[in-house]
Write a protein that binds this ligand. Structure first.
Ligand code: PHE
Length: 344
């Protein structure tokens, strides 16, 4: 009898649906029970052989069976979906009290450590810290520093220009000296500042040069400042940074923005001043440039050179760190090799 068969099919089908363990299982079961090739579908063909009344009744039973199975499937699907959702949430849960082993903490880069240390030395001498933009205009980087267009000293600085505005009007600053101008324009003397920061040169990197490196600039403008103040300041800072065994000396040099100008050198820390390969047997290593601020530069900064005088200096932070830690190749600063970085 069709009715008995249908009843059996339905109860067995509901059992199967309840036994489905996953949504995946359930989908397969649904296909088997209600799909085109299912036993239920074959009943529809068998209906054709029945007379009208029987066919009506049997058709109703087939629809009922289909509805019952579908309902069982929908219920089971809701249950399984909820269980899977809960399982997923459980798996994603973060235990904020869990302590994981940390593979060693990082620290500041050697250059940053050196910059911080230098800032501290100068803050200790009463200086303030100033900053300026790395993308600079021609006027601040050159012209205001007594280097008008086509001035030969511009060739001391291999300049990287930016494709902004008029050709060669905006550049990556080649030194921190433009910050001198910005400070003079925004502050009134007395001025005691240092300006650390990144600078750029169109240069091929080698063991002692990088195309992007760091400088720290010093600027003092006050009444009655002399070359002796400059020399004393440089001696004080070399002692503070390298220790009391290290001394400094000045040698005549040329910069357009200082007059007179000098290069300053410190005792070679590789040989302690006896002379070695690193210092070419001189016992001294060049560190940076300095001098008395040129009157034209004071004027560009809006300061009256008849009333005020000052000195300025600038040197490489990376170079300083390289010397103190005896780093063979400055390019190691940029490679981010943990074996190098973790030594400092
Ligand atoms: N700006 C110069 C350079 O980069 C260094 C310097 C700074 C010289 C201040 C004199 C005064 O070479």
């Amino acid at each position: 009898m069709i009715t008995d068969e249908l009843e059996h099919l339905t109860s067995a089908g509901v059992e199967r649906v309840r036994a489905a363990a996953t949504l995946e299982d359930l989908r397969a079961t649904e296909h088997e029970l209600l799909g085109k090739k299912s036993a239920l579908a074959s009943f529809n063909q068998r209906l054709g052989g029945l007379d009208v009344e029987e066919r009506k009744e049997a058709g109703r039973r087939v629809n009922e069976a289909r509805a019952t199975l579908q309902q069982a499937i929908d219920d089971r699907r809701a249950t399984l979906a909820e269980a899977e959702r809960r399982h997923r949430l459980e798996a994603d849960r973060l235990d904020l009290t869990e302590v994981l082993p940390v593979p060693g903490r990082g620290h500041l880069h050697l250059t940053t450590q050196t910059r911080d240390e230098l800032e501290d030395v100068f803050i200790g001498m009463g200086y303030q810290v100033a900053e300026g933009p790395e993308a600079e205009d021609d006027w601040h980087n050159f012209e205001a520093l007594n280097m008008p267009p086509a001035h030969p000293a511009r060739s001391m600085f291999d300049t990287l220009y930016l494709d902004v505005g008029e050709p060669e009007s905006v550049l990556l600053r080649t030194h921190t000296s433009p910050v001198q101008i910005r400070v003079m324009q925004s502050q009134t003397p007395p001025i005691y500042v240092v300006a650390p920061g990144r600078v750029y040169r169109y240069d091929t990197p080698d063991p002692r040069h990088l195309a992007a490196f760091h400088q720290i600039e010093g600027l003092v403008v006050d009444k009655g400042i002399t070359f002796g103040d400059l020399a004393g300041t440089i001696e004080a800072f070399t002692n503070a940074y390298f220790g009391p065994g290290t001394h400094s000396r000045l040698r005549p040099s040329y910069f357009p923005f200082t007059e007179p100008s000098a290069e300053f050198e410190v005792t070679c820390i590789f040989c302690g001043g006896d002379g070695c390969r690193v210092c070419s047997q001189t016992g001294w290593i060049e560190l940076g440039g300095c001098g008395m601020v040129h009157p034209n530069v004071l004027r560009a900064g809006g300061i009256d050179p008849e009333e005020w005088t000052g000195f300025a200096f600038g040197f490489g932070i990376d170079r300083l760190a390289q010397m103190r830690h005896q780093v063979d190749d400055m390019r190691d600063f940029l490679v981010n090799d943990i074996r190098f970085l973790s030594q400092f």
